[in-house]
Each structure stands twice: as structure tokens, then as C-alpha cells.
Design a binder for this molecule. Structure first.
Ligand code: SF4
Length: 279
């Protein structure tokens, strides 16, 4: 019996990452100066290597760059960074995801109107550092429900989440803060790309004999995808490339599902599929 290979529709780059990769590569192709991103553009070693081959390097601090162009990553940079980078004589190309730009604008608008802004998200994430910088003094970062429970909000508040925050957790936090304030505006900032990918793997893994998740071992969203799949289909393999796959692991498999994290380039997933087809 031939093994059926099903590739998840939501597999691979989300719109924001696809766009940032394209912008970075186009910039490098059209520039005779070095091109850098501040930190890796995405959490995938093969994609980072691919970018390097195409002339895009990564630096941890743009202030160490003497000449060239800085690409702003999909999750944005602190307010005013573009002017500061230009002020140092460097070029800037902004690849901030449009969803993140919307959040930045919302925060700025409500903060200027005197709303106390609650930003819900992971304090270590660069997107949060960026979002916070668009609020005036009147804001607070909340990491989880336990922190929200300690809050006594002022009368007029605005509540907004990191674009990749868990939607159920955010709704709980937002309702709690709203119940304690007189006037609360809740901003719907959570991007559907992550939740749609997770929903699809749940549906597909439930009927699969085996699942292969392709993507960086350091990529949080890829690891989460593998965890969800493994809970429904124990024969789940999380690999960065096809070299990690063993033929013997697929003996007796009729229905095989493949998906990839938001930071996995299609060319890597295609190589994995070619290997699986050869079985
Ligand atoms: S996950 Fe959503 S918000 Fe984040 S970069 Fe991708 S499209 Fe943009």
C-alpha cells in the first residue's frame, strides 16, 4: 500500500515572516553595502544560513555597524529606532509585520488619549519591548493571569496583547481587568496565523499514523506544534532537516502528516517531503 503524505495547508512561513524574508533578500540583492538584521530574522538555523548566503548577516546590536543597511525584523523595534539608525548614517528598511504595526499604532493612540494601557505578553520578547515603547508612562506589562489578579486598574484602560499570545488566556485577563475598570477598550491584536496552524495539526494528527514537524529546535512555535501533534499521534518526529529521519520509523505507516513552523522555509519542507516520498 502506498503511503499517503498530507501537507498541512498552514505549514511554513506566516505572512509577516514571508514578507520580512523577501524584503531582506531583495534589499541585499539591490545593495552594494552590507545588509544586517538586528538579531536573527527568524529562529531557524537553515533559514539564517540561507540569508547569509544571500548577503544578509545578523548583528546583536546595530550600534556596532559602521556602514550598510539595517533591516527591522517582523516583530518590530522600539519607537524612534529608525531615526536613531539613520542618525548614525546607516540605511534602514522596515520589515515590521503589518499586524505588529497596527498594535503599535493602537497603543500610541490610546496612550495619548489618556488611557492606561495594559500590554499582555512575554516580557523577554522583542515585540513586547517594541510595543511598550509606543505607550507613554501610563502603561503596564502583564505576563499572565496571576499578575493581572493583583491589578487595581484606573478608571479608563486599554488592553492589548502580543500578536502571538494565547487567545484563551488573553480573554480571561481582559475580562478580569475590564470588570475592575469603568471604561475598558479591548484591542483584538492576536494574529490568527499561530492558532490556525495549531488547530489544523490537531485535526490532522488525530487521524494520522505518523506526523513529521519540520522546523528549528529553538523555535517556540515549532516545538509547540510538535507537542500538540505528539499528544494525538505518539509517532511524531520534530526534525530540522530530512537528515534526521530514519526509514525504519515509517514502517507500516499509511497516512503521514507533515507540517512546519512559522519560521521554516518551504525549501526545507520540500526536501523532507522528497525524502518521505522516496520511502
Ligand atoms: S505570526 Fe502573525 S503577527 Fe507574527 S509575524 Fe507572522 S503574521 Fe505577523
Amino acid at each position: 500500500m502506498t503511503m499517503e503524505i498530507i501537507l498541512a495547508r498552514t505549514s511554513g512561513f506566516c505572512m509577516g515572516v514571508k514578507r520580512a524574508m523577501q524584503i531582506a533578500i531583495n534589499t541585499a540583492e539591490n545593495s552594494d553595502q552590507p545588509v544586517y538584521t538586528c538579531g536573527p530574522l527568524i529562529h531557524n538555523p537553515q533559514a539564517v544560513a540561507y540569508l547569509q548566503e544571500h548577503g544578509v548577516d545578523s548583528v546583536s546590536d546595530w550600534q556596532t555597524v559602521a556602514a550598510g543597511t539595517i533591516i527591522i525584523r517582523a516583530h518590530g523595534m522600539p519607537n524612534g529606532s529608525i531615526d536613531k539608525i539613520r542618525g548614525q548614517g546607516l540605511g534602514v528598511v522596515d520589515a515590521t509585520c503589518p499586524h505588529v504595526v497596527t498594535s503599535q499604532r493602537q497603543i500610541k493612540k490610546y496612550s495619548e488619549q489618556g488611557y492606561f494601557v495594559y500590554i499582555i505578553g512575554d516580557p523577554r520578547h522583542p515585540e513586547i519591548l517594541s510595543l511598550q515603547s509606543f505607550a507613554q508612562e501610563n502603561h503596564r506589562l502583564i505576563a499572565d493571569y496571576a499578575e493581572a489578579e493583583k491589578e487595581q486598574p484606573p478608571a479608563k484602560i486599554m488592553i492589548i496583547a502580543q500578536t502571538t499570545y494565547n487567545a484563551d488566556e488573553f480573554n480571561k485577563i481582559a475580562q478580569l481587568l475590564k470588570s475592575r475598570a469603568q471604561n475598558a477598550v479591548i484591542s483584538d491584536s492576536i494574529c490568527q496565523a499561530t492558532s490556525e496552524r495549531q488547530k489544523e495539526i490537531k485535526r490532522l494528527a488525530a487521524d494520522a499514523d505518523a506526523v513529521v514537524i519540520v522546523g528549528g529546535k529553538a523555535s517556540a512555535n515549532t516545538c509547540r506544534l510538535a507537542e500538540i501533534a505528539r499528544a494525538l499521534c505518539p509517532r511524531t518526529f520534530h526534525v530540522e532537516t530530512e537528515a534526521e529521519l530514519n526509514r525504519d520509523d515509517f514502517a507500516g505507516v499509511n497516512r503521514l502528516v507533515v507540517s512546519a513552523g512559522a519560521s521554516t522555509p518551504d525549501f526545507i519542507t520540500s526536501k523532507v517531503i522528497d525524502f518521505l516520498k522516496s520511502l
